[in-house]
Design a binder for this molecule. Structure first.
Ligand code: PSU
Ligand code: MN
Length: 308
């Protein structure tokens, strides 16, 4: 009954279904970064390159989205092109999933909703760019991404470049601690700030892919039901100039306030404003970062599939 209910709403592509059956490494990829995180055509080119990196590193990529009211796990190039080029794609987080399906809509999934779907179909590793977090001023606005709650309840390993400094990074770290999410540094002690390698904060533990896979396995044996956040610093050669990014973020924050941008539109608006302000430097950093994260996620997925 459960499987039948799921198959009414979820379609898994053949290569992904086969990999899951054979317990081969699979890496989930989100689609909000495609539809709302980068301009066309860089978004589509990046999504396809990231899939190629997974393949080259022994993992099957599973880009996740909702198309015409059906959750799709594993997309072809035409579908990725559609998600990257059409203007009417919803940004779908946990609260938006059911309406998008009932409405037969097209939606790009955030970290939270991608985790939910990955977990439903048995994918254990997910690569993204940056996760959402506590927004600056969040102690008053209560603007805290649903991504953080999801990491607390949904057992998926999420590989990211840390949290962008468009957010309040210290409060995001505190919130993750409160929610009981282990923040792993991939061979590092420092928690990265996405565009730059060091946020000035620390991770909970400095671990490699083997230890990450073991921790995830123990977490499941103990039925903790938690996600595991893995933070990977951007490679040094792709780091952005700290002064430039600080100025760009200040500029974008002022624009958000003066234009009264709210709710789920804030993050996409800030990303495009920052890309313009930095003449594309932030976009280029973003692209290198997600590629590197997918490489590391593929290595973790190899270890996870060896252990299970
Ligand atoms: N942060 C980024 N790039 C992104 C996102 C966040 O640096 O593309 C996207 C991710 O899909 C993330 C979502 O899950 O935005 C968070 O949005 P919100 O803050 O509305 O929860
Ligand atoms: Mn929000």
């Amino acid at each position: 009954m459960k499987a039948e209910q799921l198959s009414n709403h979820i379609r898994v592509s053949q290569p992904v279904a086969k990999a899951l059956r054979d317990n081969m490494p699979v890496v989930a990829l989100e689609s909000t970064i495609i539809s709302h995180g980068m301009p066309y055509p860089d978004n589509v080119q990046t999504a396809l390159m990231v899939e190629r990196i997974a393949v080259d590193n022994g993992a099957v990529p599973a880009t996740i989205a909702i198309i015409d009211g059906v959750i799709r796990v594993g997309l072809n190039a035409d579908e990725i092109e559609m998600l990257g080029s059409q203007k009417n794609i919803d940004k779908v987080s946990r609260r938006d999933i059911t309406h998008c399906i009932v409405n037969k809509g097209c939606g790009a999934t955030t970290v939270a909703s991608t985790m939910i779907i990955a977990n439903l179909v048995g994918i254990k590793v997910f690569a993204t760019g940056g996760i959402g977090g506590v927004h600056r001023g969040g102690e008053v606005s209560m603007d805290i991404s649903a991504d953080l709650q999801e990491l607390a309840h949904t057992p998926v390993i999420v590989v990211c470049g840390g949290v962008k400094s468009i957010l309040d990074i210290p409060r995001t770290r505190e919130y993750l601690e409160t929610m009981g999410v282990t923040v792993c540094g991939y061979n590092t002690d420092v928690f990265p700030a996405f565009y730059t390698r060091d946020s000035g904060l620390r991770v909970d533990c400095n671990v490699n892919e083997y230890e990450i896979a073991q921790m995830f396995s123990v977490s499941n044996q103990l039925s903790l039901h938690s996600g595991l956040l893995v933070a990977v610093p951007i490679p040094t050669r792709y780091e952005i100039d700290k002064q430039l990014i600080a100025e760009a973020i200040e500029h974008a924050n002022a624009q958000v306030a003066s234009k009264r941008i709210t709710g789920k539109d804030i993050t996409p608006y800030m990303l495009s404003t920052i890309a313009r302000y930095t003449n594309g430097a932030s976009l280029s950093t973003n692209i290198h970062l997600i590629k590197n994260n997918c490489l590391i996620a593929s290595k973790i997925a190899q270890q996870v599939s060896k252990l299970s």
